[in-house]
Design a protein around this ligand. Structure first.
Ligand code: ZN
Length: 373
């Protein structure tokens, strides 16, 4: 039971009061108020004797800020001015935790900076928590993608890689560190992601993604990130995702350049629509031969993470039907439109001949050398 002489009130104590006798007053910034507030709360801009005049004198004013500290001073001023005011213990955050059972106190604290965005909010954060993303490749692209998806609170993340961490990976593969040399990259990635965020689940696939296992694995995820280092796996991811109607984000990097595109099932072109077939071995240099700047892998992998986050939130525009091409040396970011699907595409065109991944297994056997690890 709330003591009328107390300057503080808890959410439990408020439940005992008649709703028509109380009025919530939000004293946070206007931007914070606009992004989310307690229903029917008034916003008090620049609290002063002047602005107090807009508040009802016949109700108990429940004043709140973010955490219940700044608002206490305003309660004192209001009391002096003859209002009946009380401070909400724990502020808006306490109310969020109480009303948002699906997110823990720790999660609300952790994701506060993105939850104040109108595109995220409580509902968006719950969407991220209930989403799952599979990252194929824990190298230069997979590293930033995995870390930012883990940080954003994607509830379930899968990471697949058969290789072991070597010292020459550390120039760009920031998921791994000196203590993980010789450790499988998927296992090392899982350890890094879990160290950063203990509110999510990470599943490691410490083996190659092949024509035999891909369909079963992608089935468990909402969105796929192609962070693979060879053309055969890129075509395998594309064909398996198109057949399974699974959205994915492709990326490739070499030297100072990168490219990114997203595929959504339906009318949009796929990776094979644009590139046709796995290139002849040796026709395109590998990163081992041509080199790669780690920061370029970082930029491109971050864009892949952002595409996955936007897909999970249903926010913004995705890179569908177009490819973003980045030149890190000149800082030119170009968008190349591809419009429709290619009629001659073997997996989504009019005369497609790829219907079953495992029946075409030999096409996806790794022959080309690496692109980005
Ligand atoms: Zn296609």
């Amino acid at each position: 039971m709330w003591n009328r002489n107390s300057m503080e009130i808890t959410l439990d104590e408020i439940k005992e009061l008649e709703e028509e006798n109380i009025c919530y007053v939000d004293v946070r910034s206007k931007v914070a108020y606009e992004h989310g507030h307690i229903p029917y709360a008034l916003h008090l801009d620049n609290p002063s004797e002047d602005t107090f005049k807009m508040l009802p004198k016949d109700k108990l004013l429940i004043i709140y800020c973010s955490v219940g500290e700044k608002s206490l001073d305003i309660v004192k001023d209001l009391t002096k001015a003859g209002y009946c005011a009380v401070n909400l213990s724990g502020g808006y955050r306490a109310w969020l935790i109480e009303t948002c059972q699906e997110l823990s106190h720790a999660e609300i604290n952790r994701y506060e900076r993105q939850m104040i965005l109108p595109e995220v909010g409580t509902e968006g954060q719950k969407k991220l928590k209930n989403s799952s993303v599979l990252i194929i490749g824990a190298g230069g692209l997979g590293s930033p993608a995995a870390l930012y998806l883990a940080a954003a609170g994607i509830g379930r993340i899968g990471i697949a890689d058969a290789d072991k961490v070597s010292i020459s990976n550390l120039q760009r593969q920031i998921l791994h560190n000196i203590n993980n040399i010789g450790v499988n990259k998927a296992d090392s990635a899982k350890e890094s992601m879990e160290k950063m965020n203990d509110c999510i689940e990470v599943e490691a696939y410490p083996y190659f993604i092949t024509a035999q296992n891909i369909t079963e694995i992608i089935e468990k995820y909402d969105f796929i990130i192609d962070a693979a280092d060879n053309f055969e796996t890129k075509f395998l991811i594309n064909d398996a995702c198109v057949i399974a109607s699974k959205p994915f984000c492709h990326a490739g990097i070499l030297r100072f350049e990168g490219q990114v595109m997203t595929y959504l099932p339906g009318k949009y072109p796929c990776y094979r629509c644009i590139f046709g077939e796995v290139p002849e071995t040796g026709s395109i240099p590998s990163c081992g031969q041509a080199g790669i700047i780690g920061a370029v892998a970082g930029i491109v992998g971050c864009i892949q993470a952002l595409e996955a986050i936007k897909y999970c939130l249903h926010a913004g525009e995705l890179l569908v039907g177009k490819m973003l091409i980045i030149n890190g040396l000149t800082m030119q970011f170009r968008m190349v439109g591809f419009g429709k699907k290619s009629p001659s595409c073997r997996v989504c065109g009019n005369k497609k001949d790829i219907f079953d991944i495992s029946e075409n297994a030999s096409e996806y056997e790794r022959k080309s050398s690496c692109l980005n690890t």
